[in-house]
Design a binder for this molecule. Sequence first.
Ligand SMILES: [Fe+2]
Length: 283
Amino acid sequence: MITCEDFQNIPSLASGIGYREPWAKVLLETGNGIDFLEITADHFIDSPKWKIDQLKELRQRFTLIPHGLDLSLGSAEGVDEKYLEKLISIIEMVDPPYWSEHLAFTKAGGLELGHLAPLPFSNEAVDVVAKNVQKVRELISLPLILENITYGINMPGHEMSEAKFIRESLNASDCGWLLDVTNLHVNSVNHSFDVSEFLEEAPTERVVQLHYVGFSSNKRGYLIDDHGSPVNDEIWQLMDKVLAICPAKGTILERDSKFPLFSEIIDEAERARSIGKKYMRWD
Ligand SMILES: [Fe+2]
């Protein structure tokens, strides 16, 4: 069984970014201001040799944390074993202190949804996640952390709050929490709940890593986690609140589109590093 203490033994990683190919050259040549990288494991599955070589080169320079997209730990039909084998081969290649996936499903009834779908906040969903994680652990025993996602509509069948669902799921599966600060903020606005109350009920003691990035909004004031905006003030404020109370080992900036100058990415990473330093999460 993996406990909170095991997560506390993970070394501090400080301030990193999600690796994106346009930044390969600058990262490999200098890497200044970036403490570690998150790699999207799916981008390297079945990829050509040059890409695997690039991954190995990045590994020589940085700690890499593999982040999976398509394991679908919330699928009642179980996980796809062939996909899992490929995922594990990427994870083992980069030898990380832990890896991450989502509290979500991407497959249902043999169909690929093509996106992360939210689970009903139910006891049955908690059991499905725990069962799937247990199966995965038979093949890979590294600590696993799960991320809270955004949801456009509330799924029918909720039996508890989202915060309690995260707590129950992580407890039942012995996983840490990849707390996506932007997803939390976006959900709190779109579904009108209080972030402080959420954090009181949520398993903040299980937080291992944060995600953050800017959000945008549509004309109706609905927030969108488009991963293509500079980090908004609301997100910096929430990062501060979260890092004050959560034993996070590191933060990852998740910029996926409308790439700015790399110096702007460095500045955002530096700001996240300084917030964590303020609360002695790292040196
Ligand atoms: Fe995220």
